[in-house]
Design a protein around this ligand. Structure first.
Ligand code: 13P
Length: 339
């Protein structure tokens, strides 16, 4: 096995998953606005440091995705945040895309940017300690979208990114996110997810990306957020596993779901149902998590920017990490919510 496949498999080791703490400056400002905290460099550092130093969290967290600012930042005591993580055996990752921008000629659709100069940026991130990376392509479901043009353009960019990541000795985490925004049915999400994943794997193949040295970070197959009768966890689990069996080669070591605007409870319950279903029907990949909001909503609220709340925020984060790690093994139980 190669070094990259060892890292990929370590990131999806049973019982652990990934914390996505790679919010861009705009996104973290929106999160901080919601809790009444000013988004300064120090506040962003203090908040992320409290997560990374949460006692016992490394029992459930294998890796953390960082933002460009964070991978260069030092903790309050001068220790690089990357070292705070690696000292606990947690692997640092880096978000390398620079965001989804309007796709020319395709109303309501986006293409993710960041390929120019990426080889040089990867070389620097490797020196800064990144072991894995992430690029997010966004697919929107609407009236007459997604277009095949948008799916292909994003699949092509994802594969170009993944090839450069492997060349740099960094495990790519390929993220094609079919958004849950809208009132579409779960069947529509299934169809768009399978079409997107097939396009992504066709491009990964064409661009010579090694499948055993990458991770896939997809959406779950869900009803739209504002759909009238949203499908229950059992249907989500069945259709999600079926979608991947249709489109994801068995050589990929792991699938790490994004939480994507589900409530933290919903993201946990669905991950648990997916793992229980996969254990029944068999699935070749680890089915784990790479949650942003699913792990951070509770600690952000508990912290609210006050030093006096750090212990409460760490407790909230530890709890979400623990229950999500249980769900990742199909061992979640509501009784855990009281523990
Ligand atoms: P969410 O889990 O909040 O969707 O974030 C994960 C992520 O990395 C999105 O790109």
């Amino acid at each position: 096995m190669s070094e990259l496949s060892d890292i990929a498999r370590a990131l999806v080791v049973p019982g652990k998953g990934i914390l996505a703490a790679d919010e861009s400056s705009g996104t973290i400002k929106a999160r901080f606005d919601a809790i009444g905290v000013e988004s300064t460099e120090n506040n962003r550092r203090d908040y992320r440091e409290l997560l990374f130093r949460t006692p016992g969290a490394s029992e459930f967290i294998s890796g953390v995705i960082l933002y460009d600012e964070t991978i260069r930042q030092k903790a309050a005591d001068g220790t690089p945040l990357v070292k705070v993580l690696t000292d606990q055996g947690v692997r640092p990752g880096i978000k390398v895309d620079v965001g989804a921008k309007p796709l020319a000629g395709a109303k309501g659709e986006t293409i993710t940017e960041g390929l120019d100069g990426l080889r040089e940026r990867f070389a620097e991130y490797k020196k800064l300690g990144a072991q894995f990376s992430k690029w997010r392509g966004v697919i929107t479901i609407g009236e007459s979208i997604p277009s095949w043009y948008c799916i292909e353009a994003n699949a092509h960019a994802l594969a170009r990114y993944a090839a450069l990541s492997q060349e740099a000795g960094i495990v790519p985490m390929v993220e094609p996110e079919v958004l849950m925004d809208g009132s579409h049915s779960i069947d529509r999400c299934f169809e768009v997810t399978v079409t997107t994943l097939r396009a992504v794997f066709a491009e990964l193949h064409r661009q010579r990306v090694r499948l055993d040295e990458m991770l896939l970070k997809p959406n779950m197959v869900l009803s739209g957020k504002s759909a009238a009768n949203r499908a229950p966890a059992a249907a989500v689990a069945e259709m999600t596993v079926r979608a991947f069996k249709d489109a994801v080669p068995a050589a990929v070591p792991g699938i790490v779901f994004l939480s994507g605007g589900q409530s933290d409870d919903e993201a946990t319950v669905n991950l648990d149902a997916i793992n229980r279903h996969a254990a029944k029907v068999g699935a070749p990949w680890e089915l784990s998590f790479s949650y942003g909001r699913g792990l951070q909503a509770a600690p952000q609220k508990a912290w609210s920017g006050k030093a006096a709340n750090v212990a409460a925020a760490q407790k909230a984060y530890h709890h979400r990490a623990k229950v999500t790690a249980a769900a990742r093994q199909g061992r979640y139980d509501v009784a855990l919510e009281q523990s």
